[in-house]
Design a protein. Structure first.
Length: 125
């Protein structure tokens, strides 16, 4: 069973995503646009047992719903990687991953598309 996803965990993932970005973004650490969305994401993610499904949900929900002021796509990728657990990883180069996450975060994104993309790009370590 995967570890429990909490709102604080998602916020810590976001903090890591912002810190890894440019210095100009440092003032955006901990700026949540919609706290209720974070509770929704954590609650629903904890009801999904399959690692790829859970990671797909995390990737889609954070990228598409934008619970943070900035860094949602980076946070979505990091959260998905954590949701996959220690034995799986997303096998995509930076350009392909960036394009996929931008598509997922746009109005073209769907959870079904995200699941299919993840199923074709997740590998065992």
């Amino acid at each position: 069973m995967a570890s429990k996803i909490t709102v604080n965990m998602i916020k810590e993932i976001h903090r890591a995503a912002i810190i890894s970005g440019s210095r100009d973004e440092m003032s955006l650490i901990d700026l949540v646009r919609d706290e209720g969305t974070l509770f929704y994401i954590a609650d629903k993610a904890n009801k999904i047992d399959d690692e790829i499904e859970r990671a797909s949900f995390m990737l889609f929900s954070i990228a598409y719903l934008h619970p943070f002021v900035e860094g949602n796509k980076r946070t979505a990728v990091l959260a998905a990687e954590i949701a996959l657990g220690p034995d799986l990883f997303i096998d995509a180069d930076a350009e392909e991953l960036n394009a996929a996450v931008r598509r997922i975060g746009s109005h073209l994104g769907t959870i079904e598309h995200t699941k299919e993309w993840m199923k074709t790009h997740v590998r065992k370590k």
